[in-house]
Ligand binder design. Structure first.
Ligand code: ASP
Length: 304
């Protein structure tokens, strides 16, 4: 029997603007990790916990995934999700899917498929094949953000000020709140899952890191889920880089620390949570805040 460990996150970015929201986020993370821990203790495998965890986080409107996803520039929600089985070193994901409740369900389904990563066009067809009901993921808070951002961009245009740079996490943490789960089960198997509504107000067709191995990666050595500016995470190949370092002999803390430090020097805005084959947990960030909690044995650790 190996030490089971779980870490979950609900995104990274600037400090939360209000205390009530922080309380909701804390309560949501706390109850979700408790439920996952019970499942793990009852013998559920790493992939099943990664699946359940991301679905529970997607169903919670406080996060930018599933219900409560950020809205893209054309007013549409498009979500991306992935899951990776560390034992089989098998990645599957869905990119920019519209009108489903849980993109993670589709990413899990694709684990058994020949074509394991689908874009928006393929996703619509798959959702139909899977008979997934149509779902509206928009919540009032996101709609207000989108309207505000639209006004800002129009007034910027009039003032001939350039559009916000891709390194800006917008007002009200517009794009933050991506979710992720990394887990090691009682048999020592590892898995990672990540789900996002994207950066918010992005150009149609933009691909997030969350359904790539830069943002979500697992092998027999460890599992990592990232959050932050997708372009920054991709430039750093962050999740895969951390795991390769563990494989090359670094401890998990060293691998996360070195990768985050390099990213900080390049002024990236990102964060990662990780577990390894020894049952260690770790996380790191270049942002002000990372909403994460981890559990192993009796120890529960919070990142904020
Ligand atoms: N990484 C996500 C993206 O860029 C956003 C986030 O994690 O907050 O799409």
């Amino acid at each position: 029997m190996k030490n089971p460990t779980i870490v979950i996150h609900g995104g990274a970015g600037r400090a939360l603007s209000d205390k009530t929201r922080e309380k909701f986020v804390r309560e949501a993370l706390s109850s979700i990790i408790e439920r996952l821990w019970q499942g793990l203790s009852a013998g559920a495998g790493a992939m099943e916990i990664a699946r359940q965890g991301c679905i529970a986080l997607e169903d919670c409107e406080h996060f930018n995934a599933g219900l409560g996803s950020a809205i893209q520039s054309d007013g549409q929600v498009r979500m991306s999700a992935s899951i990776m089985d560390g034992t089989r070193q098998s990645f599957s994901g869905i990119i920019n899917v519209e009108r489903v409740q849980n993109p993670t369900v589709m990413a899990v389904h694709l684990q058994q498929a020949r074509d394991r990563v689908l874009d928006g066009v393929g996703a619509v067809r798959l959702a139909r094949e899977m008979r997934l009901p149509l779902f509206d993921a928009v919540v009032p808070r996101r709609l207000e953000e989108w309207i505000r951002q639209g006004r800002k961009e129009r007034s910027d245009d009039q003032a001939q000020v350039s559009a916000p740079s891709s390194t800006e996490v917008g007002p009200d943490d517009r794009g933050s709140g991506t979710v992720g789960v990394v887990v090691r089960d009682f048999t020592g198997a590892l898995a990672a899952s990540t789900s996002t509504g994207g950066r918010g107000f992005e150009r149609v067709g933009r691909v997030s890191d969350s359904a790539t191995v830069a943002g979500n990666y697992a092998t027999e050595y460890g599992a990592v889920s990232c959050t932050g500016i997708g372009e920054d995470i991709t430039d750093e190949a962050l999740a895969a880089r951390i795991i390769v370092r563990v494989q090359d002999g670094m401890t998990l803390d060293e691998a996360v620390g070195a990768s985050i430090e390099e990213a900080r020097q390049r002024e990236r805005r990102l964060a990662a949570i990780a577990v390894d084959h020894r049952g260690q947990m770790s996380w790191g960030k270049t942002t002000e805040l990372l909403l994460a909690v981890g559990r192993t044995g009796d120890e529960e650790r919070w990142a904020f």
